[in-house]
Write a protein that binds this ligand. Structure first.
Ligand SMILES: [Zn+2]
Ligand SMILES: [Zn+2]
Length: 290
């Protein structure tokens, strides 16, 4: 039986794509729902995965690049208006997240005042608990143990990855990063690693400087695979595909990673789901249609 379910909600990147929502991943265990990053279209995909905004245990943000937070305002508003007992939305992220969320709330000021004025039973602004983390345990009321560690996405600083532990099984979700010792240490002995990647072999040959600028602060599929291999991971899940492959594609991404990693490599479209089982049982996957 699986302990964790990982669902790639959005496998896209900053570049709008008709088939791919922005970066966002759902990690489920112990009946709890953890949303990691909140890219473009996140709530549409979350609904498709069977989870509503008011069912999120916590929202965890890896870094403050726009593609990873652009729909955080939608998560905040949708949780607020669809919950009937005052229940805080817990948002965890690197230092700076508190200020960004403060600005989001400020930008939602007119909407918040309209709704409070219009709904008799809505009297308070969105109730938020915000936690800034760089490394170490993440405090939250759920049963899944969460640990943060810094990643290396410089000059984007700080950026963090999250490890989820439950019943002896561990899943790590990294945002954008180049290989680094902190991510190696966080991932050591985990069963699955979700890692963003860009095809440096392709991008290096596109004569657009703004694209080439992205080469030095992301990992390639090969580098993500090497990280997974060093950490003894069983299943590497690649996401954040640049350039995106057509729906149903990605065999070339899997092949590149497999040259450097002895475990299973998962790539897929939005809503691709990976089940992570406990010891002595296999990892199953399920490709869902869109
Ligand atoms: Zn980034
Ligand atoms: Zn990104």
């Amino acid at each position: 039986m699986s302990v964790f379910t990982i669902t790639l909600l959005g496998t896209g990147s900053p570049l709008p794509d008709q088939h791919r929502a922005g970066p966002s991943t759902l990690v489920q265990a112990a009946g709890e729902n953890y949303l990691i990053d909140a890219g473009r279209g996140v709530l549409m995909r979350l609904m498709a995965a069977g989870v509503a905004a008011n069912q999120l245990t916590a929202v965890l943000i890896t870094h403050l690049h726009s593609d990873h937070i652009t729909d955080l305002n939608d998560v905040i508003t949708s949780q607020w208006i669809s919950i009937f007992e005052p229940t805080p939305l817990r948002i965890v992220g690197p230092p700076g997240i508190r200020s960004v969320v403060g600005h989001i709330i400020e930008s939602l000021g007119p909407d918040i005042s309209y709704r409070i004025a219009h709904h008799q039973d809505l009297n308070d602004e969105p109730l938020l608990v915000i936690e800034e983390v760089e490394s170490g345990p993440v405090a939250h009321p759920g049963n899944v143990r969460i640990t943060a560690a810094p990643t290396d996405h410089r000059p984007v600083e700080p950026s963090v990855a999250f490890r989820f532990d439950f019943e002896g099984v561990a899943v790590v979700v990294a945002g954008d990063t180049v290989p680094c010792a902190d991510l190696d240490n966080l991932s050591a002995g985990a069963q699955a690693l979700v890692h963003t990647a860009i095809r440096k072999d392709i991008i290096a040959n596109i004569p657009i400087q703004r694209l080439q600028d992205t080469l030095d602060y992301h990992s390639s599929p090969e580098q993500a695979a090497q990280t997974a291999e060093r950490a003894g991971i069983e299943t590497l899940v690649l996401t954040h595909y640049v350039p995106a492959f057509p729906p149903g594609g990605g065999a070339d991404w899997r092949a590149l990673a497999s040259e450097h990693f002895s475990g299973r490599v998962e790539v897929g479209d939005d809503l691709h789901r990976v089940e992570v089982a406990g010891f002595n049982s296999s990892t199953n996957t399920d490709q869902q249609g869109q």
